[in-house]
Design a protein around this ligand. Structure first.
Ligand code: BGC
Length: 778
C-alpha cells in the first residue's frame, strides 16, 4: 500500500519531543529517541531517572581502541533497550577544533580520522543491539558561541577532508541517521545546506534519515529541497502538513516528500523493531574503558604508588566532587552507588596506607548546589531538596496544580513532555526549602531561569532577575545557565527559609536553577592542604572542573584551570615533590602548571567508574592506556584555532583550513607541550623497522620493560598536511614482540591523488615519528 501525500508529509516532522510519527496501516510504530552520547539521557532531564554513564567521547577517543569503542556503544545499546529507546542522538563527531569549544568533551578528537574511526566503531557497537545511532551535528558545529546564528566560512577541500570525514565514516558504518546543526555553513542554515547535504545523499549514497537538531529548522521548501527528511522535535513547525502545502504550491516535488517519508519509514523498519542486547558486564567494561582513556603524560616513577607508603594525601576538590560530564541536554543522572575517587582510593589502600584528604579549594562550581530540606513533607520519602509547586498563571497565592520534591539545583521542563503545568502558557513555579548555614559569614545565593525569577531568604527578596530571555535559542539559554547572585549574612547553625519564585511566559521549554555557596575560607583551606601534603609520603592531587565548565551555547575563554586550583598545585608541589597530579577535564588545557609534578595523569571525564578505575591505576593493578586525542599546546597562541567568537556579521572563519590541531603546529614548526598521540604506560617499548606489505605497513613492537602494557603505534602522512593515516594498539607481556599492521586510510590519502607514492612516518606521537617508509598509492 502507498501512503497519500498528506500521510507522507506527516512523517516529515516528529510526533512528539522524542518520537517520529507511526504508520499504523503499515505496522510501523514510532521510533523513540533519547539524547546521547555518554549514555541514554532522560527525556525528562530528570535527576531521578538514573542510567549508565560511560566515559565521555574525549576519554574514549584517548583510548585509540576501536574494539573498546564498539563494546561501549553496545553497552549503551543495552541500556537503551532497557529504557525502551530505539535510537540515540549520538555520536557527536564534530571536532575539537579549539580547546575552548564548550562541547569539546563530547568530541572524540581534534583529528578527523581518529574522530571518524571512533564514531564509526561506536555506531557499529550500538547498532549491533538493534538500537540506532544518529551522528551529529552536521556540520561545522565545532563551537557554541552564537551557535543558533553563527556562519562557518570554510573552503570546500577543508569541509570535505576535515569536517565531513567523520560523518563519512559514520555513514559507511551504516548509522541510522544524521542530525543537522544549529549554525550556518557558507551562508546556509545547516538544515538547508544543499551542497553539504548533497554530498551525503548523492556522493555517499547515504540512505538513512537526515533530521534537524531540536528547533533548528527555518523554512519548509528550502529545507525539503536541500534534502532534510525529518524536523525534530514534534509537533511540526515548518515540515509536517506544510510539506504537502509546499507540494501543492509547486515549491517542492512530490517525489521529494515521498523520499523523505520513505527514509523516515526505513528508520522505523530498521530500528523500531526487535532488539538484541549484547552480552556485556557493565561494571567490568566501564572500569576497563575509564582506565583505557587515562593518559599518563609524566612519571618519574612515583606511579604506580609503592605498596609500602605509610601515608597518602589525597588533595583537591575533584577527589570528592568528580566532574563526570558537561551540562548539556545529554546529561546522565549518575547512579548514587558510583564511589567518589576518594572513596575508591580509601577502599583500595586502606589495608596498607593511611589516607588523608583535604579539598584545598572550594570545588567552585559556577552554580553551587542547594543543600536544603523540603519545606513540606509530601510523603514521598524525600528528605533532601526543594518542595516544588506548579501554578497556572502568575498568582502564587492560588492553589498549586501539583507539588513534588526535587533534589537538584537545576530543573528543566518541555512543553508536551512535562505535565506538571502547561509550559506553553503563562505559569509559575515556586520552590521552597530550609537551609542551615554550616558556618558564619556571607552566604552567596544564586538564581536564574528562562524568565523573571526571584529568590527570597526568610521572606526577604534578596536577588532577582527580571529579564525575559529571547526565545531564539531557548535550549542554549537553558544550558548556559547564567545566574544572578547576592550575599546574605548568616550565623553558623542558623536555619532560614529559602523560596524561589519563577513566573514564566509561554515557551516550548522552561528552566529554573539556583544554589548557595557557604562562606569561603580559601587561605585556611590551602594551609590545611599544604600541611597534609607535607606530612604525607606521596600526594595524589585531584584538580579539574565542574559540569558547568562545558555547556551548550557557550565556549570557554581560555585553557587554564581555576586560579585557586593553580595556587593549590604550586603550594602542594612545593610542600611535597612526590605529587601525582590527576586532571579531571574534558578538553585540551594548559598543563604548564604541572611541569614540576612527579606524575601527571589526565583522566578526562571517565564515566561512572572513575573512582574504581583511578584507584586501580594508582595501585598499579591496571595500566593507564590512553594517548592524547588532542594537542596540549605550550602557549594558547599556538593553537591553530583558538577564539570562537564570530565576527560582527556572524561569520566564523575556518581560516586554518586543513592545518587543524597538531597539523597546524607542525606546519609552523611549533612543538607542543604534550603532542597529539602522546602518552606513556607503566612499561617501555621498542619499534622495529617498518616495511610495506601490499596496502599495509608492518613493523615489530617489543615490550622492553618488566610489566605487561600497551603501545599505540601511529602512522602519519609526511607531506603537508601532516596527517594521521593509521594506528594500531598492541598489548604485550614483558619481553614479548608482535608484528602490528598499519593500513593507511584511503580517504585521508585522497588529497595525494596523482602521486605515485608518499612518505609515511611512523612512531608514538605526532612529534615522535622517527621511522619512515615509502608507500605506493593506487
Ligand atoms: C543539542 C543536541 C541534542 C538535542 C536534543 C540540542 O540542544 O544540540 O545535541 O541532541 O538538543 O536534546
Amino acid at each position: 500500500m502507498t501512503l497519500s501525500l498528506e500521510e507522507q508529509a506527516r512523517l516529515t516532522a516528529g510526533a512528539t519531543m522524542w518520537t517520529t510519527g507511526a504508520v499504523a496501516e503499515l505496522g510501523l510504530r514510532e521510533v523513540a529517541m533519547a539524547d546521547g552520547p555518554m549514555g541514554v539521557a532522560s527525556g525528562k532531564i530528570d535527576e531521578r531517572e538514573v542510567s549508565i554513564l560511560t566515559p565521555a567521547p574525549v576519554s574514549l577517543g584517548a583510548s585509540w581502541d576501536l574494539d573498546l569503542l564498539a563494546r561501549v556503544g553496545a553497552l549503551v545499546g543495552n541500556d537503551a533497550i532497557a529504557r525502551g529507546v530505539d535510537a540515540l542522538l549520538a555520536p557527536n563527531v564534530n571536532l575539537a577544533r579549539s580547546p575552548n569549544a564548550g562541547r569539546a568533551f563530547e568530541y572524540y578528537s581534534e583529528d578527523p580520522l581518529l574522530a571518524g574511526l571512533c564514531g564509526a566503531a561506536w555506531v557499529r557497537g550500538i547498532q549491533s543491539t538493534g538500537t540506532g545511532a544518529v551522528a551529529k551535528h552536521f556540520v561545522c558545529n565545532d563551537s557554541e558561541t552564537e551557535r543558533d546564528t553563527m556562519n562557518a566560512v570554510i573552503d570546500d577541500e577543508t569541509l570535505r577532508q576535515v569536517y565531513l570525514l567523520p560523518f563519512e565514516l559514520a555513514c559507511e558504518a551504516g548509522c541510522a541517521g544524521i542530525m543537522t546543526a544549529y549554525n550556518r555553513v557558507n551562508g546556509d542554515w545547516c538544515a538547508e545546506a544543499a551542497h553539504a547535504l548533497s554530498i551525503v545523499r548523492d556522493e555517499w549514497q547515504y540512505d538513512g534519515v537526515l533530521m534537524s537538531d531540536f528547533f533548528a529548522t527555518h523554512s519548509t521548501a528550502a529545507t525539503l529541497n536541500a534534502g532534510l527528511d525529518l524536523e525534530m522535535p514534534g509537533p511540526a513547525r515548518f515540515l509536517g502538513a506544510k510539506a504537502a502545502d509546499a507540494v501543492a504550491a509547486g515549491e517542492v516535488s512530490a517525489e521529494r516528500v515521498a523520499d523523505a517519508a520513505e527514509r523516515v519509514m526505513r528508520f522505523a523498519r530498521r530500528f523500531g523493531g526487535d532488539k538484541t542486547p549484547a552480552d556485556l558486564d557493565a561494571n567490568t567494561l566501564l572500569t576497563e574503558a575509564a582506565v583505557a582513556g587515562m593518559v599518563l603524560l609524566r612519571n618519574d616513577g612515583l606511579l604506580p604508588l609503592a605498596a609500602d607508603l605509610p601515608t597518602i594525601a589525597v588533595i583537591g576538590p575533584n577527589a570528592t566532587a568528580p566532574c563526570y560530564q558537561g551540562g548539556t541536554f545529554a546529561r546522565i543522572a549518575v547512579t548514587p552507588d558510583a564511589p567518589t575517587p576518594l572513596a575508591a582510593i580509601e577502599a583500595e589502600f586502606a589495608a596498607r596506607a593511611r589516607i588523608v584528604h583535604e579539598p584545598g579549594v572550594d570545588p567552585q562550581p559556577r552554580l553551587p548546589a542547594m543543600p536544603v530540606v523540603p519545606a513540606l513533607d509530601l510523603g514521598d520519602g524525600c528528605t533532601e531538596g526543594m518542595t516544588v509547586e506548579y501554578f497556572t498563571g502568575h498568582d502564587l497565592s492560588a492553589a498549586p496544580l501539583t507539588r513534588e520534591t526535587r533534589a537538584t539545583n537545576s530543573l528543566v521542563w518541555f512543553h508536551g513532555v512535562h505535565e506538571q503545568t502547561r509550559f506553553n502558557e503563562a505559569g509559575a513555579v515556586r520552590a521552597r526549602g530550609w537551609y542551615t548555614a554550616p558556618a558564619s559569614g556571607l552566604h552567596r545565593f544564586y538564581v536564574g531561569a528562562t524568565g523573571p525569577v526571584s529568590l527570597w531568604v526568610d521572606g526577604v527578596d534578596v536577588v532577582a532577575r527580571a529579564e525575559q530571555p529571547a526565545a531564539s535559542d531557548i535550549m542554549g539559554v537553558l544550558k548556559a545557565g547564567d545566574a544572578a547572585h547576592a550575599d546574605v549574612a548568616l550565623e553558623a547553625g542558623q536555619r532560614v527559609a529559602v523560596e524561589v519564585q519563577f513566573r514564566f511566559a509561554p515557551a516550548r521549554a522552561q528552566g529554573l536553577w539556583y544554589g548557595v555557596r557557604a562562606p569561603d575560607t580559601p587561605d585556611a583551606m590551602l594551609a590545611r592542604a599544604v600541611e597534609a601534603a607535607r606530612a604525607a609520603d606521596a600526594v595524589v592531587l585531584m584538580l579539574g572542573e565542574t559540569a558547568d565548565a562545558s555547556v551548550e551555547s557557550k565556549d570557554r575563554a581560555d585553557t587554564r584551570l581555576d586560579a585557586g586550583q593553580l595556587r593549590l598545585a604550586e603550594a602542594v608541589m612545593a610542600a611535597n615533590p612526590r605529587t601525582a597530579i590527576v586532571v579531571n577535564v574534558g578538553h585540551a588545557f594548559d598543563a604548564n602548571f604541572a611541569e614540576g609534578a612527579a606524575a601527571l595523569l589526565v583522566a578526562w571525564y571517565p564515566g561512572q567508574a572513575f573512582g574504581t578505575a583511578l584507584a586501580d591505576v594508582l595501585a598499579g593493578k591496571r595500566e593507564p592506556g590512553g594517548r592524547l586525542p588532542v594537542t596540549l599546546a605550550r602557549d594558547e597562541a599556538d593553537y591553530p584555532a583558538f577564539s570562537l567568537k564570530p565576527a560582527a556579521n556572524g561569520d566564523l572563519a575556518y581560516g586554518e583550513g586543513l592545518l587543524t590541531g597538531y597539523r597546524g603546529l607542525r606546519a609552523k614548526g611549533i612543538a607542543a607541550l604534550y603532542p597529539f598521540g602522546a602518552g606513556q604506560g607503566y612499561t617501555s617499548f621498542a619499534l622495529g623497522e617498518p616495511r610495506v606489505d601490499g596496502g599495509a605497513i608492518r613493523l615489530t613492537v617489543t615490550n622492553t620493560g618488566n610489566r605487561t602494557g600497551s603501545e599505540v603505534v601511529q602512522a602519519y602522512l609526511a607531506a603537508s598536511p601532516f596527517a594521521l593515516v593509521a594506528h594500531a594498539r598492541v598489548t604485550l607481556a614483558p619481553g614479548e614482540s608482535a608484528e602490528v599492521m598499519l593500513r593507511p586510510d584511503s580517504r585521508v590519502l585522497r588529497s595525494m591523488a596523482g602521486m605515485a607514492s608518499v612518505t609515511i612516518r611512523v612512531g608514538r606521537s605526532a612529534e615522535d615519528v622517527p621511522l619512515s617508509v615509502e608507500f605506493r598509492l593506487g
